[in-house]
Design a binder for this molecule. Sequence first.
Ligand SMILES: Nc1ncnc2c1ncn2[C@@H]1O[C@H](COP(=O)(O)OP(=O)(O)O)[C@@H](O)[C@H]1O
Ligand SMILES: [Mg+2]
Length: 391
Amino acid sequence: MAKNKALKNSRSSQLQLGIVGGGQLAQMLALEAAPLGIQVHILSEKERDPAVQVCKNWQKGNPNSRKDVIEFSQKLDLLTFESEFYEMTSYFEIQEKALQGASLPLRQESPSLSIFPSPEAMQILQNRSSQKAALIKAKIPVAPSIEVNTKEDLTQAWQKFPKGFVLKKCRGGYDGYGTYYCQSQDDLVKLHALFPAEFIAEPLISFKRELAVTLIRSQDGSLETLPLVESHQEQSRCDWVIGPVKHKKLSGLLKKISHLLQQLNYVGCVSFELFDTGTELLVNEVAPRVHNSAHYSQEALSHSQFLLHVLAGLGEKFPKVKLLSPAFCMSNLVGQSNEPAEIPCNLSGHLHWYGKDENRVGRKMGHVNYTGAATKELLKKALLERKKFKL
Ligand SMILES: Nc1ncnc2c1ncn2[C@@H]1O[C@H](COP(=O)(O)OP(=O)(O)O)[C@@H](O)[C@H]1O
Ligand SMILES: [Mg+2]
């Protein structure tokens, strides 16, 4: 595992940062990186991808193809990911070659390419089973779970969690895609159709609310923790976020999280989705990347999660991050039809529209950030204003 590096005092205006993926997260990373004087490159499959709309250095390619990834890496000093679900083999290979100073060939002027978060950390956190094991090892409270790889395991899950359980795909699940509820024998039979595949099963947790916290860890190990938020899901998809919120168990949890990130030698932004059961704070999921629950940081904080992620990768000291208003709210704009969307003028919130090629049911099309005095009023305003969109 690489040692922590000393932080830098200046940066070259010729630094080449590659972002793997072309969605809205890559778009917002690119928009924050460019004004720092960094040349941003995108690897993605479609010219209409949101990140390609704002970045001229685009390589058409598949983030899981060795050939495409190696070609992409040749232009770069730094590489990061917008999603945790890429196959890591090629990224390990690039990292290994970069560490040896060997040519892949890598850029002549800059023989070292740094990948953040590291392929090791990504590989552990991209799989629900190894992610859970890492959390348990760090003594972080989680829901109990068992691995479910066959129909027989499914029956065992039903015996172990007779009040119902949630089946989660070990890899590739997001926004509820890859999450299945089982609350009856009928459900159980229907789930048979999913196999063969790798899942974990967790009992249904009756939480009071869902919370989330995002942290950014730099190369020297310093850690910035963004405010705790409440995040509300509709059909397992984030619908709105409010904050800041308080929880008496947070500081204890953060100590354990800090230890976990240190063990992983983690660099960059990482989000922890939490269940507040009333008595406990359980970690539901870890996302090793910038995250929807921290989009509020664009307007409510002095520095956004996107900027902080890039600074972490550059190996620069974090600025002092300040909360700019007593309360904030973010509402997601999720497609409700397949018709082109209509955006209202004169919104009181700050719109971030992703520019996706087409509106689709369930597709995240944009979000609106609000700042003000109290979360309750902001949420009310956000939900009212959202009705003016045709989505
Ligand atoms: N064990 C559980 N009990 C109750 N609800 C759950 C459980 N696990 C997940 N959920 C609900 O489903 C949502 C999506 O699940 P999650 O594990 O976060 O997967 P993903 O966000 O990757 O689709 C959660 O935000 C939560 O609302
Ligand atoms: Mg989730």
